[in-house]
Design a protein around this ligand. Structure first.
Ligand code: KG4
Ligand code: ZN
Length: 334
């Protein structure tokens, strides 16, 4: 079957068509169009929800046209949350309208589930993850560790008590006067820095639970910057390198703890922050030493796109009459 995915939870306007044949194989991406209003937000150092939603209304038709072309669609998958409400509404109302006009089933999708299912699409020849699996979702708004016993059988093991990992990257990026979003900017400049010049805390590294906290790290960076008279390029690079290392250390150690506790077959890294090469490398290296197999999507599927939403819909297929589909900005795992 061919599924049209629609994703507008944050600043992206995205639509994709995937072809799905069997739950034993990865879905095939036919088209995956992502249009972003990021350059508008990089000037303001963060997303202005009103501007994001206005741009999404402007972009959605052409993004849909480019992704659908003249293909026959069997079902529509749309992100209903979590995210920015004005942005979510653009995608949800578009999905509902198409479902009504085409008389095709509509499948509402949790954005976080979409990130997880980035590991079930892409290269068709690559194996799919085996259950049980641990997934670490690291995005702009979430840092969640979940246990998956099967499709639809997800248990939340831990999450962030304050800032998400991506949020920490973005806020630290802003403190270092780097372009928004902070994650990719910090990764780039950290290559020229040393993590040894500064020492930042690794919040909750040794706590017994599987929760995270990143606001203390941001405060430590803020305090350090206040002490510095002139923030030169090398200092920015050194702070970025140590802040990145602190985030990577916590994410890796907590995930390994969950992997050992639950003795899983697969470990899935996903969400926008999983585009970070340092994080990928450390996960790969540490998971090699366990009995689990490591999965991470290609970088273009780590960040927000609609192919992952359509893929999540296929593996968790549950159509809902369009009249009953609503956006839910607080949607989470039950
Ligand atoms: O999943 P995503 O695209 O959108 C949300 O669902 O939030 O994640 C966006 C987040 C941002 O905080 C951004 O700074 C972070 O992912 N990010 C990165 C990298 N690329 C994106 N963080 C660290 N390193 C990167 N290369
Ligand atoms: Zn996302």
């Amino acid at each position: 079957m061919k599924i049209l995915g629609i994703e507008t939870s944050c600043d992206e306007t995205a639509a994709a068509v995937i072809e799905a044949k069997s739950k034993k194989r990865r879905t095939k991406i036919i088209t995956n169009i992502v249009s972003s209003s990021l350059t508008l937000h990089s000037k303001t150092g963060g997303i202005i929800p009103e501007i994001a939603a206005r741009k999404q209304i402007e972009y959605i038709i052409s993004v849909l046209e480019k992704s659908i072309k003249s293909q026959k669609i069997d079902a529509i998958a749309v992100t209903i949350g979590p995210g920015l409400i004005g942005s979510l509404l653009v995608g949800v109302e578009t999905g509902k309208t198409l479902s009504f006009a085409w008389k095709k089933p509509l499948v509402p999708v949790n954005h976080l589930l979409g990130h997880i299912y980035a590991n079930w699409t892409g290269d068709e020849n690559e194996k799919i993850p085996e259950f049980p699996a641990i997934a670490l979702i690291v995005s702009g708004g979430h840092t969640d560790l979940v246990l998956m016993k099967n499709h639809g059988k997800i248990k939340l093991l831990g999450g962030t008590l304050d800032d998400a990992a991506g949020e920490a990257f973005d806020k630290i990026g802003r403190l270092l006067q780097l372009p928004y979003p902070g994650g990719p900017s910090i990764e780039k400049i950290a290559k020229n820095g040393s993590p040894k010049r500064f020492i930042f805390p690794r919040p909750m590294l040794d706590s017994q639970d599987l929760n995270f906290s990143f606001s203390g790290l941001k405060t430590a960076v803020f305090r350090e910057i206040q002490k510095i008279e002139k923030l030169d390029k090398q200092t920015i690079a050194d702070i970025a390198a140590e802040a990145q290392q602190a985030i990577v250390d916590v994410l890796t150690k907590k995930t390994i703890k969950a992997v050992e506790k639950h003795n899983v077959k697969s470990v899935l890294l996903c969400g926008g922050v999983s585009a970070n090469q340092k994080l990928r490398n450390e996960f790969e290296e540490k998971i090699k030493k366990t009995n689990s197999k490591f999965f991470v999507p290609p970088k273009n599927l780590s960040t927000d796109n609609a192919a992952i939403i359509a893929t999540a819909a296929f593996y968790n297929y549950k159509e809902v009459p369009f009249e009953r589909v609503t956006a839910n900005q607080e949607l989470y795992f039950k």
